[in-house]
Design a protein around this ligand. Structure first.
Ligand SMILES: NC(=O)c1ccc[n+]([C@@H]2O[C@H](COP(=O)([O-])OP(=O)(O)OC[C@H]3O[C@@H](n4cnc5c(N)ncnc54)[C@H](O)[C@@H]3O)[C@@H](O)[C@H]2O)c1
Length: 199
């Protein structure tokens, strides 16, 4: 059974999705700076600061796939964004590469792109236009992941826009709702482990 690591498990997306995953992924390892307030007795939690490489390597041990939701998720001062998102993301993907993690799903952001009109259809080769301090973090992580993907280290799915939040909290026309988020996760990890959904 694949071991899946979820970073940012105590945050908005982690809290919304983590209770829905165990039927398919019983070996789910949750991580964050501190445990979720509603952590269940059957859930596995390992605290780690993404900015600390040794702690990140420890949570990646034996992991097959990663759901990366951890980091500073709103606009704010540069230093915590640098530590949690840029250094933290680098640490996580480097630990994943070294330890042979097979697939990574990263909750990126529309902030990685920025300032394209809504009617303009963009592709994966779109030129990033980061503006605010929070934006370059997602741009740099997407760039690093594209490189790792091309180097055949692990396939990556980078998602943006209100992923997996409860329906009342999101713009239904633009968001990836909870059911769609779970379907995407199953699609990515299901290919990694044929037979995962056989039961
Ligand atoms: N919520 C959305 O709809 C949405 C939309 C687009 C992108 N995203 C991206 O998805 C990710 C998660 O979003 P969210 O809404 O769940 O955010 P959130 O702020 O609710 O959760 C982020 C979690 O990361 C943890 N964290 C922060 N710094 C850390 C560190 N140094 N080490 C370990 N953990 C740390 C926090 O404790 C928190 O629990 C963010 O990168 C965000 O930019 C979210």
């Amino acid at each position: 059974m694949p071991r899946i690591l979820m970073t940012g498990a105590a945050g908005g997306i982690g809290t919304s999705l983590r209770k829905l995953l165990p039927p398919t992924y019983p070996d789910l390892v949750l991580s964050d700076l501190a445990a979720p307030a509603d952590l269940g007795k059957n859930e596995t939690f390992k605290a780690a600061d993404l900015a600390d490489l040794a702690q990140v390597e420890a949570i990646c041990a034996g992991v097959d796939g990663i759901l990366h939701f951890g980091g500073y998720s709103v606009e704010g001062p540069w230093e915590p964004i640098l530590q949690a998102n840029i250094i933290g993301g680098y640490n996580l993907f480097e630990a994943a590469r070294k330890q042979g993690v097979k697939r990574v799903i990263f909750a990126s952001s529309n902030h990685a792109v920025g300032f394209y009109p809504r009617h303009h259809r963009i592709g994966t080769d779109v030129t990033p236009r980061p503006v605010l301090p929070f934006d370059p973090a997602h741009v740099s992580l997407e760039a690093r992941l594209k490189g790792l993907c091309k180097a055949a280290c692990f396939p990556v799915l980078a998602l943006a826009k209100d992923m997996g939040l409860p329906a009342p909290d999101i713009d239904q026309d633009e968001a990836i709702g909870r059911a769609d988020a779970i379907a995407l996760i199953d699609e990515v990890f299901g290919h990694m482990f044929p037979g995962l959904h056989a039961g």
